[in-house]
Design a binder for this molecule. Structure first.
Ligand SMILES: *Cc1c(COP(=O)(O)O)cnc(C)c1O
Length: 421
């Protein structure tokens, strides 16, 4: 006798993809503090941003519309892999002997392997629509650079990626992905070949590039309001899929946090459900939300970007070279920062040894190999599930499986051979 088959995966048809993005700005507990001009320290207006961003994105950055339509051409590209599955991690639940039910949104199924193309496609589209033919951006380990290069190739734009020099040399495979999709890669900082680089220096290089060429705009993969807006398709789909799975609302929603985009994408649609706990997970070596100060700071090292009101470790902070490159950023999204400051969202930090321990436990029960960034969320999920076991209470945990780790195997090698710092 075979045992009954139990559902562990809820898919939506392509027509189940949301047709609008969810805008948190008019629903924030308190309005955000405006970005300030780097020279005058006055609030920036649309005219200040026009040299580097298209008007549509500037409007989204400041919009008070509760919903914003997703253009058909963006939906056309996103449905190459969206809606993404909602999956229940039953084998992990069994391994942990927890009464908690663990669900995840699988954003690793996109062509570049993470949630990042959700905004890359939208940004490439709005730039192309307003006549820009080339985008410049930064990348750390290469996830964002590969997502933007992918989006540019499908929408017919050129793409220039300034890559943190240390990663350029140590992590060639995402550079090759960027080049396969037609993008051009240059190590950053461009003016100091002995400097290992950081996300801050690469942002400075990309902003300078975009400011100096009329055909080029700048594109940022996280932090800004319009980026989190584009990522809300994740949480909107998850709500429908939880319903299909027979759940009401999750008790807790968990995501890793670098600049806040996969976290915002999954959790913003739950902000107005007060019974849902929201949780950010960051590395203890770059503890922006848990140990940073809430203040105006620059987004880059050179001080070229507007000042944002956010949790920050200081724009000259150079994080140690931990393996979760996507979480090595000195600042954080102003939306996420305000949610944490107001107490609507909680934050925890973990050292990378504990994170890889969780990643390996995941791989040995669920089978897939998560990105080191994603593994921060997995760590917090396991601890949440163990707490449910201790208390003997059911709870529904939802988390963002933001990307796969198949291009991060050298990090796993370091962990498995005891070479992790
Ligand atoms: C970039 C990245 C992150 C962190 O960036 P956020 O903007 O905070 O989401 C997390 N997970 C993966 C897989 C990434 O590529």
């Amino acid at each position: 006798m075979s045992s009954p088959v139990i559902d562990t995966r809820w898919n939506l048809p392509a027509s189940g993809m949301p047709d609008s993005w969810f805008n948190i700005l008019p629903r924030m507990p308190e309005p955000l503090k405006p970005p300030l001009h780097p020279a005058t320290r006055e609030p920036v207006g649309p005219a200040d941003l026009e040299p580097i961003f298209p008007m549509a994105l500037i409007e989204q950055e400041m919009s008070s519309q509760p919903w914003i339509d997703i253009p058909g051409k963006v939906v056309d590209v996103l449905t190459l892999w969206r809606p993404t599955p909602l999956v229940r991690a039953r084998r992990l639940e069994e391994a942990l002997q927890t009464p908690a039910r663990i669900y995840y949104k699988d954003e690793s199924v996109s062509p570049p392997g993470s949630h990042k193309p959700n905004t890359a496609v939208a940004q490439a589209y709005f730039n192309q629509k307003e006549g820009t033919t080339r985008l410049a951006t930064e990348t750390g380990a290469g996830q964002w650079g590969s997502a933007l290069s992918f989006a540019c190739s499908l929408l017919g734009l050129e793409c220039k990626v300034y890559m943190v020099r240390a990663s350029f040399h140590q992590k060639p495979y995402r550079r090759v992905m960027i080049e396969t999709w037609g993008g051009q890669v240059e190590p950053s900082p461009v003016d100091d070949p002995d400097h290992p680089g950081s996300l801050g220096t690469a942002i400075s290089d990309a902003v300078r590039d975009a400011g100096s060429r009329p055909d080029t705009h700048y594109s940022l993969g996280s932090v800004l309001n319009h980026v989190l807006l584009h990522q809300t398709v994740i949480g909107l789909e998850a709500k429908k899929q939880l319903d299909l799975a027979g759940e009401r609302l999750p008790d807790v929603v968990i995501s890793s946090c670098g600049g806040g985009s996969n976290l915002g994408g999954l959790s913003l649609p739950f902000v107005e459900d007060p019974e849902v706990r929201l949780m950010a997970v960051e590395p203890s070596s770059c503890p922006t939300l848990t140990e940073g100060r809430f203040d105006y700071d620059f987004g880059d090292t050179a001080g070229l970007t507007p000042l944002l009101a956010m949790y920050t470790l200081g724009h000259d902070f150079v994080p140690p070279s931990i393996h979760a490159g996507g979480l090595r950023y000195h600042g954080d999204s102003p939306i996420i920062s305000e949610l944490v400051r107001s107490g609507r969202m909680g934050a925890v930090a973990y050292p990378q040894g504990k994170v890889f321990e969780a990643a390996v436990q995941w791989a040995r029960s669920q089978g897939t190999i998560p990105a080191p960034e994603t593994s921060h969320a997995v760590r917090a999920v396991i601890d949440e599930a163990l707490a449910a076991r201790e208390e003997g209470t059911e709870r529904v945990i939802l988390f963002n499986y933001s990307g796969h780790g198949l291009l991060d195997l050298s990090a796993y090698d370091d962990y498995l051979t005891g070479k992790l710092d």
